[in-house]
Design a protein around this ligand. Structure first.
Ligand SMILES: NC(=O)c1ccc[n+]([C@@H]2O[C@H](COP(=O)([O-])OP(=O)(O)OC[C@H]3O[C@@H](n4cnc5c(N)ncnc54)[C@H](O)[C@@H]3O)[C@@H](O)[C@H]2O)c1
Length: 264
């Protein structure tokens, strides 16, 4: 793993000249992708609801000699805040080529315990936020002539994991998978690509406490053909490819980055 991490820290030019907006930079996958995009030469604007966590990521980037742009906390379920964010990015950086929507939260409960408010909260955070950001960014991604949207579905969009009370999350991620295919179709005439990544279990702020629960790790490892836990960098490499011109013939696709978990 150490060699793996050192490789992730290497700098390159695969996203040189591109402006990227990355959500959820305060933690986990969004943070990993924002850092990797910056290492690959993109101008990266990060956003998060948690300003303190986002600023920590900006400081970590600076230690590597990288610049991440972050101004203030934005709630991506708030249409006005989302519109102001996108307008600000384009005003300051002139264009927008890459949109990576990693920010999300979910309530994990069995159907008998999940109330309607928690169901709605999850779908707002996982699905409405993606819609709002894609809609606000769409004209700018279109105008760039080579836009790339990267959304996050999940292994949970395909399978139920024994022991995981993921009802609302499964619905949210199934929704992201389907809406992204539709975006790909609508964006095709403008060379605007839209793809999803479906991670398996990745160690992040969201999953670290769950991994501690008795039996959970065993259930995950029973599904993983590669017997290790995923790291944000495992996802970020896939995101760099999808964001880059290397993937200019790739749209409407879903990439499982999950150690083979859904391939049985
Ligand atoms: N970690 C996994 O195992 C896993 C597996 C499958 C899919 N995913 C998906 O990948 C994405 C990233 O997951 P993660 O594990 O890194 O999550 P995380 O909880 O570690 O990080 C999410 C970040 O998004 C921010 N955020 C949440 N709601 C927001 C909002 N309304 N507005 C702005 N920012 C908000 C949080 O403050 C946090 O910093 C999510 O869409 C998640 O569903 C993760």
């Amino acid at each position: 793993m150490q060699q793996h991490n050192e490789h992730a820290l290497k700098k390159g030019d695969r996203l040189q000249g591109k402006v990227a907006l990355v959500s959820g930079i305060g933690s986990g996958i969004g943070k990993g992708c924002a850092l990797m995009f910056a290492r690959q030469g993109a101008t990266v604007v990060g956003t998060d609801l948690n300003a303190e966590a986002a600023r920590k990521t900006v400081s970590e980037a600076a230690l590597e000699g990288l610049t991440l742009h972050f101004s203030e906390a934005v709630d991506l379920t708030n249409e006005q805040q989302v519109n102001a964010l996108i307008n600000g990015v384009v005003k300051e950086h002139g264009s927008l080529h890459i949109l990576l929507n990693a920010a999300a939260t979910a309530v994990f409960k069995w159907i008998e315990d999940l109330d309607y408010a928690e169901w709605q909260l999850t779908l707002r955070a996982e699905l409405d936020s993606v819609f709002l950001v894609c809609k606000a960014a769409w004209p700018h991604l279109k105008a760039s002539g080579a836009g790339s949207i990267i959304n996050f579905a999940s292994a949970n969009a395909y399978m139920a994991l024994d022991g995981s009370p993921a009802l609302a999350h499964c619905a949210g991620k199934g929704g992201v998978l389907a809406l992204t295919r539709q975006l790909a179709m609508e964006g095709g005439p403008f060379q605007l690509r839209a793809n999803t990544i479906s991670p398996g279990l990745i160690v992040t702020g969201a999953t670290a406490p769950v991994i501690e629960q008795p039996g959970f790790l065993d259930a995950v490892m029973a599904k993983n053909m590669l017997k290790r836990l995923g790291q944000p960098e495992d996802i970020a490499w896939c995101a760099v490819y999808l964001a880059s011109d290397e993937a200019s013939f790739v749209t409407g696709a879903d990439f499982s980055v999950d150690a083979g978990a859904i391939a049985w």
